[in-house]
Design a protein around this ligand. Structure first.
Ligand code: ADP
Ligand code: SF4
Length: 700
């Protein structure tokens, strides 16, 4: 797809299309898809191969795998990554490398021994670390790492050498030594917080970097100039002096700066590096990475959720980075480099920084993306971020509602070539995403609307009508035969969600608000507000932040053990507690609302039932939602009467969910329109099923 002979990139961005030498390699430009997890790993290798190939097609010069566990002592189960434990893993890895090459990119593999980050729940091996310490994972696994002996260190070096050799057999061009993100186990040796050894691998910075030096030297020796060697390293742990500091990293680069062919600088652990837009701006890492490039003559790659080509150019011209690294921007738009190269900046699907992609990895499910609904579906369903098959008929389609679902359905149907009419009851397009983007920290989310609105404006076959609330009679009267109902959902006022599945009785004098009320501008009637969060994603926390920022006294009450508990999957949960607590929001966990009175609410501890009372002038219910599906039900009846041919509810009007789910639902409608669906008895996507080992009789 990316044809380097095609027209030159626009002048301000030509620097981004210069080749860069990485050891024996020369890249076609400066765009580098850094390793990133995807929840597919060893379980879905062909799906991963297809996903990486699309990125290569989209113009990335280097496309890497996620971390690849090199040995059964490096098993980060329950997370699903790739493995290179022995030759049995090679066919999967080779398929991915071949797919990247087919797409036109160089293939990188991130070899990882997770050390004391690996709980080894699958292999049941004892984790290996610099010292006797509990494993440093996202879960409180009751597992301790064992202090590595000299023999363990020798074994680790041999395993790493084996993995390098296997990576070369599998066809990779670039192999990583991983000492970053608190995943690469070597980092625990570098960090004075974890490394308390008294032998030659502990103590001084020079001693603590000994293992990294040895593994780099081993890797270079096996690579033998035939493949490039990268080192990914955390330049700062964000631990207020306890971990790796700027001084340490400068000393490490002073000693090892010339060893690898490429330095890949990251910041701290994964959650520190991959902040959401709610907690950090684009290019946030610059202040930690700036100045390090001078300490080495080797090229440097780094990330920053870069979607702005101007900022990318500045990174290169000001000498911060040589290669523009991206995980999330390459997920939201696999064709980002091609779009910059061909001057189609307005077609870039900018990452909104929501970390829904991360949630795929955290929930052990294939990667998904709010902006790019084809992400993770390249192999399973044959979806592509830029291509969709041409229309199957001359049908005209009415899409009702311009939220994420309706916008994506209208856009994708329009690209297929159908005549589409998109109607919106209100004056503004965007539905919930336009409303939520006005809340604290969520401004970037408006990109879900911006990208689709621009795309729709460029499609002459998609007409948009605002302030056009449609009734069933209107639809029949205008002779629409095919209707997608994307009318969204409404937040409940009656407390029904997970804890209460029946409406909660409220005093008639009580002031009960919903998120819809707050987003429409209504405010609590008095200063004391309880935000009751039985939704557990971001909104309860965001609304507490909004009200606190406006001067209300806010207590967030939740049956969960933390505010916004599900955001553990977007790596925001700790940052949310910190922000709310520092802002002065009181957080009452493990508590369910039991009654809403006029001036107070009663709560009960979810374990003991012990009651409590909280003074509150108003309550905000962040609970469940109900689909706005009245029109859909009416249209179903019209279909029965033969007045229309097809009707489907999509997005929140079908079942309230995430914005990502609504976008995906809109895409699915467009993909499946005019398709004979196989029916619910058939698995609606391709998958890979575990291959059986031997005949089975040997195990009995
Ligand atoms: P989703 O997340 O499923 O896309 P949203 O709630 O974001 O849903 O968007 C639904 C949109 O549909 C809102 O902008 C709303 O104003 C609009 N809408 C609801 N009912 C109608 C209707 N009868 N006719 C046209 N637009 C409607
Ligand atoms: Fe960006 Fe969100 Fe997509 Fe991840 S899911 S790539 S953060 S838009």
């Amino acid at each position: 797809m990316a044809d380097p002979e095609a027209s030159a990139p626009p002048a301000p961005y030509d620097v981004l299309f210069e080749p860069v030498a990485i050891g024996p390699l020369v890249t076609r430009n400066r765009f580098f898809q850094v390793p990133h997890c995807n929840g597919m790993g060893y379980r879905d290798p062909s799906a991963q191969a297809a996903m990486r190939k699309v990125k290569a097609e989209g113009g990335w010069a280097v496309v890497c795998t996620e971390q690849v566990e090199i040995h059964p002592t490096s098993d980060i189960t329950p997370f699903i990554e790739l493995r290179i434990w022995d030759d049995e893993d090679l066919p999967s890895l080779a398929r991915i490398a071949a797919a990247i090459h087919e797409g036109g990119a160089l293939a990188g593999i991130e070899l990882a021994h997770n050390g004391m980050n690996a709980p080894n729940l699958y292999s049941r091996e004892i984790p290996l670390g610099p010292h006797h310490l509990p494993v440093a994972t996202f879960g409180y696994h009751p597992v301790q790492a064992r202090m590595m002996t000299k023999q363990d260190i020798a074994d680790l070096r041999r395993w790493h050498r084996n993995a390098v050799a296997r990576s070369m057999t599998a066809g990779y061009d670039l192999v990583y030594v991983y000492a970053g993100h608190s995943f690469g186990g070597i980092e625990y040796f570098l960090s004075p917080r974890f490394n308390q050894r008294t032998d030659e691998y502990g103590g001084s910075t020079r001693n603590r970097m000994r293992l990294l030096r040895e593994i780099l030297e081993d890797t270079l020796e096996v690579a033998d100039g035939r493949v490039a060697v990268a080192c990914r390293i955390s330049v700062e742990e964000g631990l207020a002096g306890a971990g790796i500091s700027r001084g340490h990293i400068e000393e490490i680069l002073g000693e090892l700066g010339e060893l690898p062919d490429l330095w890949d600088f990251v910041r701290g652990s994964w959650d520190v590096d991959s902040t959401t837009s709610r907690f950090g701006p684009e290019g946030e890492q610059e202040k930690y990475v700036a100045g390090l490039k001078k300490l080495t003559s080797k090229p440097v790659v780094g990330v920053g959720r870069f979607t702005s080509p101007d900022l990318m150019v500045r990174q290169v011209k000001s000498g911060v980075l040589d290669l523009i690294g991206a995980a999330r921007p390459s997920i939201a738009d696999p064709f980002l480099p091609e779009k910059i190269r061909t001057g189609r900046l307005e077609t870039i699907r900018e990452c909104i920084g929501c970390n829904v992609c991360v949630s795929g990895d955290f929930t052990m499910s294939p990667i998904r993306c709010t902006q790019n609904p084809s992400m993770g579906e390249e192999f399973r369903r044959g979806w592509h971020p830029e291509r969709i098959r041409a229309r199957g008929s001359g049908s005209r389609i009415l899409v009702i509602g311009s939220g994420p679902a309706g916008l994506e359905a209208a856009r994708a149907l329009g690209v297929r070539g159908y005549d589409v009419v998109l109607t919106e009851a209100g004056r503004d397009l965007g539905g919930r995403v336009a409303r939520e983007a006005r809340l604290p920290g969520l401004a970037s989310w408006v990109r879900v609307l911006d990208y689709r609105q621009q795309a729709i404006e460029a499609l002459p076959n998609v007409e948009v009508y605002r302030e056009s609330r449609m009734s069933a009679d209107d639809i029949v009267g205008f002779e629409f035969q095919h209707v997608a109902v994307a009318t969204g959902a409404t937040w409940r006022r009656d407390g029904v969600a997970r804890w209460h599945t029946q409406p909660l009785l409220a005093d008639p004098g009580a002031d009960v608000l919903t998120p819809d009320d707050l987003m429409a501008g209504r405010r609590p009637r008095g200063p004391r507000v309880v935000v009751y969060d039985d939704d557990h994603y971001y909104l309860g926390g965001v609304l507490a932040e909004l009200l606190r920022g406006e001067g209300f006294e806010v207590e967030l009450v939740t049956p969960a053990a933390q505010a916004s508990a599900w955001t553990v999957n977007t790596m925001e949960v700790d940052k949310i507690q910190r922000r709310l607590l520092l802002a002065g929001v009181a957080i009452r966990t493990s508590a369910a609302l039991t009654a809403v009175g006029d001036g107070q609410v009663t709560v009960a501890n979810v374990y003991t039932g012990q009651p409590g009372e909280v003074a509150a002038d108003s309550v905000v219910m962040v609970t469940a939602r109900l689909p706005e599906d009245e029109l859909f039900q009416q249209l179903l009846a019209r279909k029965e009467q033969g007045q229309i041919t097809s009707v489907r509810a999509i997005g929140d009007a079908w079942a309230p969910g995430t914005i990502a789910a609504a976008v995906w639902s809109g895409r699915r409608y467009a993909e499946e329109f005019d398709t004979e669906l196989p029916g619910g008895d058939v698995v609606p996507f391709r998958r890979e099923v575990t291959q059986l080992h031997g005949s089975g009789s040997e195990n009995r």
